[in-house]
Design a protein around this ligand. Sequence first.
Ligand code: PAF
Length: 280
Amino acid sequence: MQSFCHSSNLKSALAQVRVEGKTVGFVPTMGNLHDAHLALVQLAQTHCDVVVTSIFVNRLQFGLNEDWDKYPRTLQQDSEKLRSIGCDYLFCPEDQEMYPNGMDEQTRVIVPSMSDILCGASRPGHFEGVTTVVTKLFGLVQPDAAVFGTKDYQQLAIITRMVEDLCMPVKIIRGDIVRENDGLAMSSRNTFITAEERPRANQLNRSLNWAAEQIREGKREYSEVEATAKMQIEKAGFKPDYFVVCDGQSLAPAVHDTENVVVLGAMYTQGARLIDNVVV
Ligand code: PAF
């Protein structure tokens, strides 16, 4: 695996790859890689000839009170993990490389209707930071396909919409959620769950599965399902952020005849905010 901090070196390497007629797959990450990230890289390998993984803890998508400083940086271990599964290129730029004019001066990309709801409501500016950095990374890597995990369902839906709206020549591939044995979705933020909370931390997933089952059985009073699920989460000792039955593409609240239904949830533990979803 070749590693690059500077985009000019990455671009030269990828120019050669393209001369050879090979396709480029891309997996953007913020590092602290676990099995779910590695599964995304492996999925990219099944679609493309070479795979680039990026590691960049993007300050632009963190709010003022969020954990940019605390975000675990484990470049050495991440690099070994990527090498062990045969990733071809690692791109790990510094802030100066990604935001040479400073973050305040950075041109932004915004997907308006989908960015201020759900996670965007409790994390103002977050998705603007994501879509801006992903656009820049796409510009630098120019991938044929890019893989995003379904755990971050809203992020995936927003990026899919952005690619469509801006006619970006990138195929978006969805990676399945990878879960711990008890159903907890793998996430870098799981390291912030306390030992006392951990046995109950799968409650979000349990409530999502319960809600999906209700809907599959024909229940269409979605607000009742949402309210009961929130009570389940509270009873388990957590604070629900949101729990909603949505249209899987637009993320608008599902109505009686919505065909593509997804249930999305977020809850606070003492040290982390966890998100998860179930497609019905
Ligand atoms: O999902 C993430 O890790 C980040 O939001 C992403 C897509 C790498 C952009 O910084």
